[in-house]
Design a protein around this ligand. Structure first.
Ligand code: 13P
Length: 251
């Protein structure tokens, strides 16, 4: 039985004061909540603050990106070891905004994924097609390429330590969510791919989140689909009540 996982991707938002208020509100409601795995992914600048706040609760900490090397002359970058030092358990990798604005390719995402796993971080590996790709009938081809590329060389154990997030690019920040059927169809495709790459048992153990305009009003239906194991939440994760409602919709 896969435990549902709901993660908040704060993106480039939240000052230290704002983060403190948000996390305190989350803690008051979800601090001892065990039915769903809850993760918050603040920007680097407040990881330390949030790390201290969630210490001793059931809320886990994640980062939004990292470099694949352990250390060195990579100005502006952060390593997996640095994230571990702040008690991060998760790291979002290959988000479409990283692919679109910062040129991340499947190969880069793969390097980062392997580096994260080597440092005992759980990668949340994002995949998803653009609207143009969907309209051109390329969803299967794009998702297959991204999944195989990002996960190349992972052992079964490493795959089980990873989370996959399906985030159709056209649904991110647009208010246009994929219908639960559209999302389920791609989640099932991803699981079938994993079964081909590994086996049915391994594929059945991997958690696949949906992301893209998840709100309290649509979360329950999405999370109720057989292959949707939770969500990666952007805008709605910045508001305590919305995020808490979404987490509770996963029960
Ligand atoms: P929104 O929930 O704002 O659409 O963002 C989704 C996302 O990109 C999460 O990583």
């Amino acid at each position: 039985m896969r435990k549902k996982i709901v993660a908040g991707n704060w993106k480039m938002n939240m000052t230290s004061d704002e983060a403190t208020n948000l996390v305190n509100a989350l803690k008051a409601d979800l601090g001892n909540f065990r039915e769903v795995e809850v993760v918050v992914c603040p920007p680097f600048t407040v990881l330390g603050v949030v790390s201290d706040l969630v210490h001793g609760t059931h809320i886990d900490l994640g980062a939004q990106n990292m470099h694949w090397e352990k250390s060195g002359a990579y100005t502006g970058e952060i390593s997996a070891g640095m994230l571990r030092e702040l008690y991060c358990h998760y790291v979002i990798l290959g988000h479409s905004e990283r692919r679109q604005y910062f040129g991340e390719t499947d190969e880069i995402v793969n390097r980062k994924t392997r580096a994260a796993l080597a440092a005992s971080l759980h990668p949340i590996v994002c995949v998803g097609e653009t609207l143009a790709e969907r309209e051109a009938g390329q969803v299967d081809a794009v998702i297959t390429r991204q999944v195989k590329g990002a996960l190349a060389g992972l052992s079964a154990k490493e795959l089980l330590d990873s989370v996959i997030a399906y985030e159709p690019v056209w649904a991110i920040g647009t208010g246009k969510t994929a219908s639960s059927e559209q999302a389920q169809e791609v989640h099932a495709l991803i699981r079938k791919l994993l079964a081909e790459m590994y086996d049915e048992t391994v594929a059945g153990g991997v958690r696949i989140q949906y992301g893209g305009s998840v709100k309290p009003g649509n979360a329950k239906e999405l999370f109720g689909m057989p292959d949707i194991d939770g969500g990666l939440i952007g805008g709605a994760a910045l508001d305590a009540k919305s995020f808490i409602d979404i987490v509770r919709a996963a029960v």
